[in-house]
Design a protein around this ligand. Structure first.
Ligand SMILES: *Cc1c(COP(=O)(O)O)cnc(C)c1O
Length: 379
């Protein structure tokens, strides 16, 4: 039996183990403590914003970010269709309606011109747009220069979903620092992990305070548990924050390891007509969280699903790109400005093992398996 190779497994070792044990021995178990404060300070400093609020998941960070921006039933939130369901789920929790914007085919990120079209359409029919939520796909930051300017023109606040892009930059500024607030995720498959967790990052102190308040059951600052709002239990635990601090100290090394894997794929497919490494253009600013290829079956003669099946025989995981939200049964009937770009990415894309924990032996196994497939198909 060979060992299964995953797309992106957690990269944790002695440093993380020591950090969690130290936090446990310090007695700060339940649930907040000095590692939560330290993690918030360190990550806010890393992305260059004033405040971080550590939360139980990235989805919780999206939910509370939206609520704090005033997103409510009867309003519309304009978001990327090319994303993981968490983004749209969080919008739905608030009672607002998601409105989908299609992608720039080169990056998969929200197309600024289509955002303008969406906001123009919605204004024409007199709808209240309460937020724009762009998503940094697979570790490439959105074109925030354009997106923020357009949202500002329409007077709509931006909550940036940077769940996948910690460590990336746009125009010299860190992902996680854009918009009124940004959110990041530390789920087990992300660029760094706290097992499960997320953080809201912002320069807006009042917004950060409100998110912290809602995340701790909306307790008024009095001893007798006074409540004037409905709250949530969304804070991160101190043990997990200790894990996060250890991971953050290794973030740049983990990005470098993912970049080496991207480079192997780039070399491997350089001579294969009809296959491109997705988003490779300008990727020196990305955190290269996941590497996907785009396959033009008319040129290659094989579909991405055939390569996926061939890898699966050797217990190597691969997956299509995110299925666009406007194609999801649960969001059937939703509105949007759809160009077809994300549908084409979904049809042509295949995401390959990209994790920083891959050993040299595992990298070799993946690349030789792919080479084997290409040789078979070329013969
Ligand atoms: C992972 C992810 C989230 C959700 O983060 P969790 O911590 O898993 O709740 C949100 N948006 C995007 C784009 C993601 O990839």
């Amino acid at each position: 039996m060979t060992e299964r190779i995953y797309m992106s497994s957690p990269d944790v070792g002695q440093l993380e183990e020591d950090a969690v044990v130290a936090a446990m021995r310090s007695g700060w178990i339940a649930p907040l403590g000095p590692d939560v404060d330290g993690f918030e300070r360190e990550l806010a400093a890393r992305v260059g914003v004033a405040r971080g609020v550590a939360l139980s998941t990235g989805t919780a960070a999206l939910h509370l970010g939206l609520l704090t921006l005033g997103v409510a039933p009867g309003s519309v939130v304009v978001t990327s269709t090319m994303t993981f369901a968490a983004t749209t789920n969080a919008i739905t929790y608030t009672g607002a309606e998601p409105f989908f914007v299609d992608a720039d085919p080169a990056t998969g990120n929200m197309d600024p011109e289509l955002l303008r079209e969406a906001l123009t359409q919605l204004r024409a029919v007199g709808e209240t747009v309460s937020a724009v939520v762009p998503v940094d796909l697979l570790g490439k930051a959105v074109d925030y220069t354009s997106i923020l300017a357009i949202a500002e023109e329409f007077g709509v606040p931006v909550l940036a979903d940077a769940a996948e892009s910690l460590g990336a930059t746009h125009a010299g500024r860190a992902a996680g620092s854009f918009g009124r607030a940004s959110i990041v995720s530390f789920n087990g498959n992300k660029i760094m992990t706290t097992s499960g967790g997320g953080m809201l990052l912002t320069d807006d102190e009042a917004l950060a305070d409100q998110v912290r308040y809602l995340a701790t059951q909306a307790r008024q600052p009095v001893v007798h548990y006074e409540h004037t709002d409905i709250g949530y239990n969304y804070r991160m635990s101190n043990l997990l924050a200790a894990l996060g601090r250890a991971q953050l100290s290794r973030l740049d090394d983990m990005i470098a390891a993912r970049r080496r894997m991207r480079e192997l794929y780039t070399q491997l497919f350089a001579t294969v007509d009809g296959v491109d490494v997705f988003g490779a253009e300008g990727d020196e600013n990305d955190n290269v969280w996941l590497t996907s290829i785009l396959v033009d079956e008319a040129v290659t003669g094989w579909a991405p699903s055939e390569l996926a099946a061939y890898l699966a025989v050797d217990d190597i995981e691969s997956r299509p790109l995110w299925k666009p939200m406007h194609l999801q049964p649960v969001f059937a009937g939703s509105r949007g400005v759809i160009s077809g770009a994300s549908e084409r990415l979904f049809e042509r894309g295949l995401t390959l093992p990209s994790g920083s924990a891959l050993t040299d032996g595992q990298r070799d196994r993946v690349t030789s398996r792919i080479r084997g497939f290409l040789d078979e198909r070329a013969a």
